[in-house]
Design a binder for this molecule. Structure first.
Ligand SMILES: [Fe+2]
Length: 477
């Protein structure tokens, strides 16, 4: 049987294809991608014929699942006085010739995407996001919901409102606020910001502190992160107490706050965050919530395929000659991070590289990049035990030699590290081994391969456009 899961019509639409075996143990994820990669519109909320055509390569769907409950969502929109034109997923999907979907609920799809892809037999599940239907935070034990908070009480809405307040784009730029927080004074606005948690922040808080100047934004970001982490700590405590579990699955858009996630080990011995924990990941969750079976989580490389072997020699030659090189090869990553298949790679040493890459990416100068490193050597460069794994760039750890790698170390001395081993990605592992032979270090800067304002490169055509626009070689095969 082929099942399709769809998350669409809010933001960052996605489609997943899963092979389900009625009597089998595990279902297999065949394909998952963001709509934006095919339309070229960043965070595209809607499906397009191209992603549907790609999905059909894996089989016509026997069942279709939608990531939330449209009736419940309508009641909340009515309560919130939002424009509430009735969205019928059935009618919407019929425009693409897709059959009627089965529904689940927004938080159940988040919980299922995490729980059924996790390595745990039993676990607590915490879901924290801005808003779906009514639920904004939920705690589960093995897919049984045991605690919720409801709209308008929402930690995710708080974080998005503060993102909007400092002139960034809500539901998109929260990670920039998180990065800014390292540069500010967390106490200056703390007493003013904390009470905002009690407000309905659905429509932002532009009204808060009208005299706020741009030079204050870093302090606002630092206080926002501090308030968020305090509340997040309380939620982790409550989750541990209510479930009596040592394993945690953490999902929802807030699970992308990797800075705050460093406190999870204070409450849980083990945790799993599916690499695409926001609403786009719920295309997988919509299927899992109804199928109630483990999904084989083998890899995040689930999107469009650029065929051919990993071009290790070409990448290395470009890195040696120019210290920077793009790569677009194999299946695209499902999720917000480029993990080696749609990446811009560069030498992380020296004081110039951060500026060089920032100029291409046109990012704010204060933002550092992330490193990719051989898993077998990560403990030599970062303050982690031997064998430490962070294959999806979800962990923030302290760098032992920040002055040696200024392009990949944040102001607070930490890096959001990606570890890689042969089983996860043999081509990238080989590249790092050979890069070490040449440079002395098994570590590269790794950032997503995208033109400013556009989604991450998807196919060969996108790669060629990037290469032409920035004059940086993109190795395809
Ligand atoms: Fe959500």
């Amino acid at each position: 049987m082929i099942s399709w899961g769809i998350s669409a019509c809010t933001h960052d639409a996605s489609l997943a294809v899963v092979r389900t075996e009625p009597f089998g143990e595990d279902d297999e994820i065949l394909f998952a991608s963001h709509s934006e990669r095919f339309s070229g519109i960043k965070n595209d909320a809607f499906l397009n014929p191209e992603i549907i055509m790609e999905a059909k390569k894996y089989g016509e769907p026997d069942y279709v699942y939608w990531y939330e409950n449209p009736w419940l969502k309508w009641t909340r929109k009515k309560y919130a006085n939002q424009p509430r034109a009735w969205l019928s997923p059935k009618k919407y999907l019929s425009n693409f010739g897709i059959k009627s979907p089965y529904y689940t609920t927004h938080h159940k799809a988040h919980a299922a995407a995490g729980y059924y892809t996790s390595p745990f037999k039993s676990s607590a599940i915490l879901v924290v996001d801005a808003i779906g239907e009514w639920t904004t935070t939920s705690i589960w034990k093995d897919m049984k919901c045991i605690w919720t908070s409801k709209y308008p009480d929402s930690l995710g809405l708080f974080y998005s409102a503060m993102t909007d307040r400092i002139g960034l784009k809500a539901n998109e730029d929260e990670y920039i606020l998180m990065g800014m927080s390292a540069y500010g004074d967390p106490d200056r606005f703390y007493d003013d910001i904390k009470p905002l948690l009690k407000q309905n922040l659905h429509r932002g808080c532009k009204w808060w502190n009208p005299d706020l100047k741009e030079e204050d934004y870093f302090d606002v970001a630092a206080a926002t992160q501090k308030v968020y982490e305090e509340q997040f700590g309380k939620l982790l405590f409550t989750t541990a107490r209510l479930t009596d579990q040592t394993n945690l699955v953490f999902m929802g858009g807030c699970a992308l706050n990797c800075l705050a996630n460093r406190i999870i080990p204070q409450y849980f011995a083990n945790h799993w965050i599916m690499p695409n924990p926001g609403d786009a990941g719920s295309s997988i969750g919509a299927i899992a919530a109804r199928e109630h079976k483990k999904l084989k989580w083998k890899t995040p490389y689930l999107g469009y395929n650029i065929e051919g072997g990993y071009p290790t020699s070409d990448i290395l030659a470009n890195l040696v000659a120019l210290k920077i090189c793009g790569v677009a090869n194999g299946r695209a990553e499902f999720g917000p991070r480029a993990l080696g298949n749609r990446s811009l790679l560069a030498d992380p040493k020296g004081s110039q590289m951060k500026d060089v890459v920032n100029k291409i990416k046109k990012r704010q100068e204060f933002r550092p990049f992330a490193p990719v490193i051989l898993e077998s050597e990560v403990h030599k460069y970062f303050d982690v035990p031997e064998g430490f794994q962070s294959p999806y760039m979800q962990h923030v750890v302290r760098c032992k030699e920040p002055e040696l790698f200024p392009a990949i170390v944040h102001k607070d001395g930490t890096s959001r590290v990606q570890t890689v081993n042969d089983e996860q990605h043999s081509g990238l592992t080989r590249l790092l081994q050979r890069w070490k032979t040449y440079s002395g270090h098994p570590i590269l800067l790794n950032t997503s391969l995208n033109i400013k304002g556009e989604p991450i490169v998807n196919d060969e055509k996108d790669a060629a456009r990037f290469e032409k626009k920035y004059g940086v070689k993109v190795c395809v095969r």
